[in-house]
Design a protein around this ligand. Structure first.
Ligand code: ADP
Length: 482
């Protein structure tokens, strides 16, 4: 169990971002659990059942062979007949099982999603429709289950019928042989006993076949995931050097997501050391996609990205991400303590370093007031903190990581004036002497950047300093009006 879980978790962590774009997390967990359960059942069954039953079959048939060839042949014939009926029935059962598993994944995936978005569900009072959705699927699951059970019983009666008929034939042969004196009464009784003994391995055989089907269906997705190619290996002893004065260059980069149209179209630009650059544009223009490319979460479809003149194709993802600290929009925190969240990029940080980072991030003022200080638990995704507080914890986390590139995905919702000022002040300290890339949603915050790149529909439509752009007619001055 430990081995299987580790193997699975390790694999999941090495999968490309594109895998997670299309999968529900609850579904992945459900597939893990089912895979492990069915593989485990199978292994238990195999060790407990298979060997003793095999021995019993050999022994029974061997003994009968000794007394009477015909009886042995008939007894032996029971096995293939029983085998084929069981195999066919468990295949029919397996098809239904696959349907059941798919539906189960969908339902549990949704339940996990609902629980993690509980505020949204409550806010839109969709509890009833969510519950109905799950209930409908669970009823469907039960129906499939009932169908499986029905088919099982139908085939089972076939099996039993063939069993009874053959046993009856064998009994007749045994009686007949005893009657004509070929077998003694004692031998006849022994043979009848032996036939009865053959029933147990027969039943075991059908049981084994069913468990095989169950394991095959139940662990299908588990093995599919295990077989996916790992693109982001993480446990080779690769030591990343931190580069000084990083420079990022896009050369004729085009990109599309799986099954999407072309999102970035032949983009070329350069981000120089220590510059702060803002990416602006309508929502859906491709700003986050550019950041995803900078993070090497996806590979360019055409063209290349360079970091200090090294192509992204030639450097591992760890190297790129080692150079980057991220401050996301809002909720990207773990449910543990403030200490663990701040030290996330550098787990061996001392208390002094953590407190120092919190101070620089303007967060110490509220953290120091908490009962447990930096050991205070912040609840899942930081529910016990306000928006501005969460952002400042993230800023402290970026300060501790002290990477030469900073990516800032600015919050779309503005904070109240005081928190906003505190966050801005903290950010200014953080962006000094770093290449900073800001996905800007508000224009008040980017008046001091060195360069603005205006993106529209996956192409750069303009770039320049805020002053230059504000003075020209174009998308930027249009955006400014709102
Ligand atoms: P912005 O950050 O400028 O608002 P994005 O870069 O997030 O824009 O999105 C650009 C386009 O890419 C949008 O049309 C969006 O629908 C599409 N897109 C974003 N992420 C994915 C994804 N994982 N798979 C497919 N399409 C995506």
């Amino acid at each position: 169990r430990k081995f299987l879980t580790e193997k699975f978790y390790h694999k999941v962590l090495t999968l490309p971002q594109s895998y997670f774009d299309s999968k529900l997390s609850g579904k992945i967990i459900n597939q893990l659990n089912r895979g492990i359960l069915t593989i485990n059942n199978f292994i238990n069954m195999a060790t407990n059942f298979m060997l003793p039953n095999l021995l019993q079959i050999i022994l029974t048939v061997g003994l009968m062979l000794f007394y009477n060839v015909y009886i042995a042949m008939f007894t032996f014939a029971l096995f293939p007949i029983y085998y084929y009926i069981s195999k066919y029935s468990s295949e029919v059962w397996g098809k239904e099982e696959a349907k059941k598993n798919a539906l189960d994944d969908k339902t549990r995936g949704r339940i996990t999603e609902v629980i993690s978005n509980i505020k949204l569900v409550k806010g839109f009072t969709t509890e009833k429709s969510e519950f109905d959705f799950a209930q409908k699927n669970l009823t469907k699951l039960n129906k499939i289950y009932a169908k499986q059970s029905r088919t099982f019983h139908i085939y089972d009666s076939f099996r039993n019928l063939s069993l009874q008929v053959i046993i009856a034939i064998i009994n007749v042969i045994a009686f007949y042989n005893a009657y004509i004196g070929k077998l003694t009464i004692g031998e006849m009784v022994l043979i009848i006993q032996l036939i009865n003994m053959a029933r147990a391995p027969l039943f075991a055989m059908s049981f084994i076949l069913e468990r095989i089907q169950e394991a095959e269906q139940g662990s299908k997705e588990f093995f599919e995931i295990i077989d996916l190619p790992s693109t982001e290996l993480f446990d080779d002893d690769y030591v990343c050097e931190t580069i000084k004065n990083p420079k990022i260059e896009f050369k004729n980069v085009s990109f599309s997501y799986e099954n999407s149209e072309t999102i970035l179209k032949n983009l070329s630009f350069e981000l120089d050391p220590n510059e702060s650059v803002a990416l602006v544009g309508h929502s859906g223009a491709g700003k986050s996609t550019i950041v995803n490319m900078i993070l090497k979460l996806y590979e360019a479809t055409k063209g290349e990205v360079f970091i200090n003149d090294q192509s992204y194709k030639d450097v591992p993802h760890q190297f790129v991400r080692h150079q980057i600290a991220l401050v996301f929009q809002e909720n990207e925190l773990f449910s543990s303590t403030i200490r663990e969240n701040v030290a996330y990029g550098k787990p061996d940080s001392t208390d002094e370093q953590i407190i120092d980072a919190l101070k620089k991030a303007n967060a110490w003022s509220f953290v120091s007031k908490l009962k447990d200080g930096i050991n205070a638990e912040i609840g899942e995704r930081g529910v016990r903190l306000s928006g501005g507080q969460k952002q400042r914890i993230q800023i402290a986390r970026a300060i501790i990581k002290d990477a030469p590139i900073l990516i800032l995905d600015e919050a779309t919702s503005s904070l109240d004036a005081k928190s906003e000022m505190e966050v801005q002040e903290a950010l200014e300290k953080l962006t000094k002497n770093r290449l900073t890339i800001i996905i800007a949603h508000r224009f008040s915050t980017i008046q001091n950047v060195n360069k603005i790149i205006v993106i529209d529909n996956g192409v750069i439509v303009d770039s320049g300093t805020p002053q230059e752009l504000a003075g020209r007619k174009g998308l930027y001055s249009d955006l400014l009006k709102y």
